[in-house]
Structures are given as C-alpha cells and as structure tokens.
Design a protein around this ligand. Structure first.
Ligand SMILES: [Zn+2]
Ligand SMILES: [Zn+2]
Length: 304
C-alpha cells in the first residue's frame, strides 16, 4: 500500500512563507492498494491538487472517498476537485454517516443558499454513498478497513487498513487526553502493532489545558499511544494553523526526545504535503528535489 499526504493542516488552510515545508492544505490522504485501487481519506483543500494530479495521471478517476467527519476543514476542498465535473468520474463515499449529507450542503440547492454556486445535482461525476464503515469492516480486494469512533465534538471516525501483514492507521481529530484517559485503552487496542500510525498532534502539552474538549491531542499523547501500542512508525498530523515550519520541526525534536527517554524504537516524523510512504518499507534509492516531485521518505522512487 502506498500512502501520500495531500493536506496535513488542521482547522483552516494556512498558506504562506511560514508553512512552505509542511504545507498549508487541510486534511487529505491518498492510499493506493497493492491491487491498484485508490482510496482517498477526507476532502480538505488537499484534494484540489490531488484532482489536478489525477487529471494528468490516470485515464479515468475512480475511488472510494472515506470521510472522517463533518468539520469543514475535512470537506471544503471538494467543490474544487476538478474530476467531479467529468462524467466518467466515479466516487464511492463511505465513513462518517452524516458527512455525506454535509458534503452535499456545501453546494447550492437551487435556492442560492449553498456555500458554492454550483448545485449538487449539477455535478457530472457519479457520486454514491455506501454507508458501510459505520456498521462494520469494509473489504476491498485483499484489504480490510475497520473504523473506530474518536473523541471529537460531533463525532469522528479513525480508520485502520490491513493489507497482507501490514497495517496503517489514520486517526485525525482525536482527543486522547480527554477525561482521565477516556477510552485510551480502546485506541491502544486499535493501533496495536501497526506499521504506520498517523495521528492528530495539534497541540503542545503547555497549550492543551486551554483547549480541553476541543477534540485534539498533544504530540506527547500521540507518542504515548504509539509506544503503548507497539507502533513502528508515527506520523504527527493535523498541524495547528498557527504553527510555523520551524515550530513543527521543534515538535518532532521534542517528540523524539520523549521516545528516547522511554527507550522506544519508534520512528517518528511530522506529516508533510507530498510525502509518500509505502508498506512494506523500502529504503530510498534516490531523492528528487522537492520542487520536481513529492518527497519520498522511505521508498524506492520509480522513474519515468
Ligand atoms: Zn480537523
Ligand atoms: Zn474536527
């Protein structure tokens, strides 16, 4: 399975010179299974450049779109996802049950009261709602996808992908430190032994008390979860919109110190737009410049 970050920012897009390295687009992750099937998680503003990429790289755009929840930083990119204006595009939506409804409301409903001047039923793509994941695992080719409810206002789902012996877990917008470790054990069970855990780390420990109940975690809490669960690699995501690149790098330094203090073997990075991970891991043979291609942190780069 190949995993590519198209949007790593939380709450609101944050373009500008302070966010060039880790990116300013909101939540969007592309997962390509070994079978070649494409799955996209969330439709934040990162889905716009993904759309541009797909227009030029595949003949027909067809994928499952898994929505974690309703909040607008996870939905607002869809009106600018160019393939939805093509008749040959097919999107099968699953995930948080109310999110599909919320997605349709971004568009106009012919009363002029949507957030975007095009009406939902004017979209040319075929967009259907599967509504499977909230009720049980979704099986696609050789991959099993499970969902877990997260600690987040108005609800949110995390997803676990298992392909052969490899597991990737995506948990955005989750408050691990809520109410004396509320459901912490459930999350440890869900992530146990996974190769790659992508987890919300919006806040610093010194910031969290002012943001309790907001539905987000500190990097310390995310690291604790990864260590408890025996995770192999942790990627911190949903960066706060006010966090500069230098401050995100500082979070990584502090988090690695925390791992070292507990003598853990956990590998750890911050999510960066354009980064690609592949399971199973392959050591990079060659790196292209960031301007020419997405950074390729742990995989063989395919030329051509
Ligand atoms: Zn969010
Ligand atoms: Zn949210």
């Amino acid at each position: 399975m190949e995993i590519r970050f198209w949007g790593t920012r939380g709450s609101i897009p944050s373009p500008g010179p302070q966010t060039l390295e880790f990116g300013g687009n909101t939540s969007c992750l592309e997962v390509i299974l070994a079978s070649g099937r494409r799955i996209v998680i969330d439709a934040g503003t990162g889905i716009r450049p993904l759309g541009e990429h797909l227009q030029t790289s595949v003949a027909t755009v067809r994928f499952h779109l898994l929505l974690t929840h309703n909040h607008w930083d996870h939905l607002l990119g869809l009106p600018f996802f160019a393939p939805i204006y093509r008749e040959d595009t097919e999107i099968m939506v699953d995930g948080w049950p109310l999110a599909f409804q919320a997605l349709t409301r971004i568009f106009d409903d012919h009363m002029g009261d949507g957030f975007f001047p095009v009406a939902w039923d004017q979209l040319k793509a075929s967009i259907s709602f599967i509504n499977r994941l909230a009720r049980g695992p979704l099986l696609l080719d050789d991959v099993r996808i499970d969902a877990i409810p997260l600690n987040h206002p108005q609800g949110c789902l995390g997803f676990r992908f298992r392909e052969m012996d490899h597991t990737m877990v995506f948990i955005t917008d989750n408050e691990l430190g809520l109410g004396d470790g509320h459901r912490f054990g459930d999350f440890v069970h869900f992530v146990r032994g996974c190769d790659l855990l992508i987890h919300d780390a919006q806040y610093l420990p010194e910031e969290i008390e002012d943001h309790r109940g907001w539905g987000h975690s500190t990097y310390e809490e995310a690291v604790s979860l990864a260590l408890e669960g025996g995770v192999k690699r942790l990627i911190l995501t949903h960066h706060d919109p006010n966090r500069s690149d230098a401050q995100v790098r500082e979070i990584v330094v502090r988090a690695r110190r925390q791992v070292a203090a507990r003598q853990g073997a956990l590998k750890l990075e911050a999510a960066r737009e354009g980064d690609i991970y592949r399971l199973p891991e392959i050591i990079p043979l060659k790196k292209r410049s960031p301007a020419a291609a997405p950074r390729n942190r742990n995989q063989k780069i395919q030329e051509g």
